[in-house]
Each structure stands twice: as structure tokens, then as C-alpha cells.
Ligand binder design. Structure first.
Ligand code: ATP
Ligand code: MG
Length: 436
């Protein structure tokens, strides 16, 4: 017997299979019957297609199975593709053979259920068109990031997920029992990356990152994927430009590969295209404060970190992402160096996304002054001796270097135009949830 050739629904919707006989497999997305006819909307990973099952066109037992099968039953269909303007996508299948692989039980997800219920049913909810579309976009974003860095001569470099020290502040560490000792889940790849650049110079990574965020926000996950880069010989200005290029590259890949998904999510293609072709401004923190106070009527004191509210106001002011550099050094991590030209500030930047999606990138040039770092670590109550290996990097052929981290989920949320970061990752972990 010859092997069956399976057609994907997208091939049918592209018009290539008109009037041809095809074999399809997938799941029942919707079904409705009246007398001697069953209308099945079938879905596979590539789309949905209307199939008409008419008694007499196929063996009676298969017709009865088709009538009986509930949504989410897995099926194989054979039939002829017909153009039909009324069908979604413009084509329908006239079924001549129907085989139910699994008769699904009544599906627990119906219309208008609460977000919490849907999160409990996440393993099933992943099949929704909305989540499937977001996950396809996520896949493009991840692929684009790898391509972006590899095309520019960066090597992929992995850091341990179990780390003995903090990188981003002790309050968000997840502690893990480690034999008779304890360790922490990675908050960032960075400190290890700084060791890697002495061997590979330009490196990147994308990996799971863990922060015990103690407040409920629509932008923070406890487990998220950060795409980080680190490069020898680069300064703040250089990495800000790399970050802008990376975002434009990601957008271009989305526009090329995910037009359908953007449409399903009702996201504005033209708006994203325009951003992908724009220059993004760079301003200093001090300029940002001035804009907020003078143009937006706020009253922010110099020295405070920008909160969600301020970031959103600032975003309103620009139609593209904006890079904000030179935050007050006092509120920055120990590895962010003072700017010699403006010592109250650090050589660091955040990239703020438009429309209130907040910070999508955070990065800096790296501190080369071991005494300064020791002082700042001590002030935080960190045991300085734990960082001995890190300070070694400043003792053996130290070079200027810089790097940043991009939050994959924040970028996906912004591109998809969705209001909560939870839907950008298959199984979200937050302050209140780590199941299923
Ligand atoms: P925020 O101020 O929003 O908490 P951060 O300053 O802690 O961000 P960085 O340490 O600079 O963030 O991390 C780099 C990037 O990782 C951020 O720009 C953001 O896109 C992403 N990110 C940080 N924390 C989270 C989180 N809890 N969930 C999802 N993404 C995050
Ligand atoms: Mg944070």
C-alpha cells in the first residue's frame, strides 16, 4: 500500500488544491448537523477549513461517526476541495471518507469563561486560535533572535541555571536545595557571559530566567525567557544600536512570516511595518524626566527609577521604542559603571516599547572598577568573597565590554498587542500560579 500524502490546511487556503482530492488530519474545531448533512470545521496547526459531510457521499457508518464526534475529536478526512465564497477562507472540503481517531469527551472550554478557569485548563486552551497565533509569533521571535546574532558573528554561549550568587537583587531570588547546600535559579546569564567574552568576544544566549517577583503586574512572570548579548570592545552607544537593530529585525521577520496571525489577533500590520522602518530615538534619563515634568505635567524627582506609569507616559510621547540612557547610578546594579562624563549617572540603558508595553531591553556597559563594585556590593549586604571569580575577569586582560537582555515575552506581548504577558508563554508561572 502506498503511503498517504497528508495535505495541510494552509495549502488548501492558498488555492493550490482547488478541485483536487486531498487527505487531511486534524481536530474538530466546530461541528453542526442538520438531518443528512454535517458541517465540520476542522483545524490543524496551519488553519481552519470547512468540511461538508453528506450522507450518501461516504459509507453510512462513517457518516454516523461524523455526526456523533464532538469538538476536539481527532479525525482524518478525504475529499475534494471546492471553491466556496461563503466558507471561511474561501474553500470547503466535500468529504468522501471520514475516520475518527479519537472521540473526544465533552470539551470543558466553552465561550466566556473566566481567565482563571482558562489558566487552569491551559493544557487544553493552548489549542485556541488566539494562543496558537501568539505561539507562532513567539516562535518567529525566538528564531529571529538566533538568526540576528549568528548573522553578526555572535556565538551561542550557555551559562548555568543553578547559580551561587545573585545578579539582579536578592529579593527576587528563587532558592534551590543543592545536596547539602543551597543555590539559586538564574536571574540572568550576564555574570557568566562576562567570562565568556574573553574567549569568544561576541556571544548571545536565550534561556529561561527566574525572578521571584513579589507583586502582581501584567508585565512580570516568575519564569521568563531572556535573550541576552555580551560583547568585548563594545560600549554603551554600540549596544544601544545593536538593540535597536535587533528589534527592527524581529519586526521584519514577523511581518514576513506572521501576517495571518497578526490578522487573527487584530493587530495593525501597517503600524508595525512603519516601526520596523523607523529610527528609534535615544534620550537620557534626565531628558526623560524633563519631558515627563514639562510636557506631561508630572512631578518626578530626579533620582527615582521610572515606574510603569512614567514609562507609559514616556511611550505615549514617541511612536517607536525609545532608548533611555544614564539612569542615576545609585539605583543601578553594582556592575553598571559610573559615566565619567556625568558621574551621578551610570552607563546603562533601557529600551521602552510603545503603547505601554514597558521596558523590553535593559543593558549597560560593564563596571571595570573592582573597588567600586566591592563598595556597592557591601552596601547591598552581599558577601564580596562570592564574587572573587568575577573580579578575576578584571585582573587578567580586562577589556571594555557591554551587554543587554531582552525580555522575549515582553516583545511578544507588544507585537501581538495583548494586555497580559501571561498569554505569551505556553505555561505561565506567576506569583499566584505554577500549575498545570
Ligand atoms: P522591570 O523594571 O520591568 O522589572 P528589570 O529592570 O528588572 O525590568 P532587567 O533586569 O533589565 O529588567 O532584565 C532585562 C529584560 O528582561 C527587561 O527589559 C524585561 O524585558 C525582561 N524582564 C525582566 N524581568 C522580567 C519578568 N519578571 N518577566 C518578564 N520579563 C522580564
Ligand atoms: Mg525587575
Amino acid at each position: 500500500m502506498s503511503k498517504t500524502t497528508w495535505t495541510k490546511i494552509e495549502e488548501i487556503l492558498s488555492g493550490n488544491k482547488k478541485d483536487k482530492e486531498v487527505h487531511l488530519r486534524g481536530w474538530i474545531y466546530r461541528t453542526r448537523s442538520s438531518g443528512n448533512i454535517v458541517f465540520i470545521t476542522m483545524r490543524d496547526a496551519t488553519g481552519i477549513l470547512q468540511a461538508t459531510v453528506k450522507k450518501g457521499n461516504l459509507p453510512d457508518s462513517e457518516f454516523e461517526d461524523g455526526k456523533k464526534a464532538l469538538i476536539e475529536s481527532s479525525i482524518e478526512l478525504t475529499g475534494k476541495v471546492k471553491e466556496d465564497k461563503r466558507a471561511p477562507g474561501g474553500y470547503e472540503l466535500q468529504v468522501t471518507k471520514l475516520n475518527v481517531i479519537n472521540f473526544a469527551e465533552p470539551f470543558p472550554i466553552v465561550k466566556d469563561q473566566s481567565p482563571e478557569f482558562l489558566l487552569d485548563q491551559r493544557h487544553l486552551w493552548l489549542r485556541s486560535r488566539k494562543l496558537a497565533s501568539i505561539l507562532k509569533i513567539r516562535s518567529t521571535v525566538v528564531g529571529a533572535i538566533h538568526t540576528f546574532f549568528r548573522d553578526r558573528g555572535f556565538y551561542e554561549f550557555d551559562a548555568p541555571v543553578l547559580q551561587p550568587n545573585q545578579c539582579e537583587g536578592g529579593s527576587t531570588l528563587f532558592e534551590v536545595k543543592y545536596y547539602n547546600d543551597k543555590t539559586y535559579l538564574s536571574q540572568s546569564w550576564q555574570l557568566y557571559a562576562e567570562a565568556g567574552i574573553f574567549s569568544l568576544e561576541k556571544i548571545y544566549n536565550m534561556g529561561p530566567t527566574f525572578r521571584a517577583e513579589k507583586s502582581k503586574t501584567s508585565r512580570h512572570l516568575s519564569e521568563f525567557w531572556m535573550a541576552e548579548m555580551e560583547a568585548a570592545w563594545m560600549d554603551l552607544h554600540d549596544i544601544v544600536e545593536v538593540g535597536k537593530d535587533e528589534i527592527r529585525f524581529i519586526l521584519k521577520q514577523i511581518l514576513k512570516n506572521n501576517k495571518n496571525e497578526l490578522e487573527i489577533l487584530e493587530q495593525d500590520y501597517k503600524k508595525l511595518k512603519q516601526i520596523s522602518e523607523s529610527e528609534f530615538p535615544t534620550i537620557t534619563y534626565t531628558e526623560a524626566i524633563n519631558i515627563l515634568n514639562e510636557k506631561e505635567g508630572m512631578n518626578i524627582k530626579w533620582g527615582k527609577d521610572l515606574r510603569t506609569l512614567e514609562e507609559n507616559k514616556l511611550a505615549d510621547y514617541f511612536n517607536t521604542p525609545v532608548a533611555v540612557t544614564n539612569y542615576p547610578v545609585e539605583i543601578m546594579a553594582f556592575y553598571k559603571p559610573r559615566d565619567p562624563k556625568d558621574p551621578k549617572t551610570a552607563l546603562c540603558f533601557d529600551m521602552i516599547a510603545p503603547e505601554g508595553y514597558g521596558e523590553i531591553i535593559g543593558g549597560s556597559q560593564r563596571n571595570l572598577d573592582v573597588e567600586d563594585m566591592k563598595k556597592r556590593l557591601k552596601a547591598m549586604g552581599e558577601p564580596v568573597e562570592n564574587y572573587k571569580w568575577y573580579f578575576d575577569l578584571r585582573r587578567f586582560g580586562s577589556v571594555p565590554h557591554a551587554g543587554y537582555g531582552l525580555g522575549v515575552e515582553r516583545v511578544v506581548a507588544w507585537i501581538c498587542g495583548i494586555d497580559n504577558i501571561k498569554d505569551t508563554i505556553p505555561f505561565p508561572r506567576t506569583l499566584l500560579r505554577f500549575r498545570p
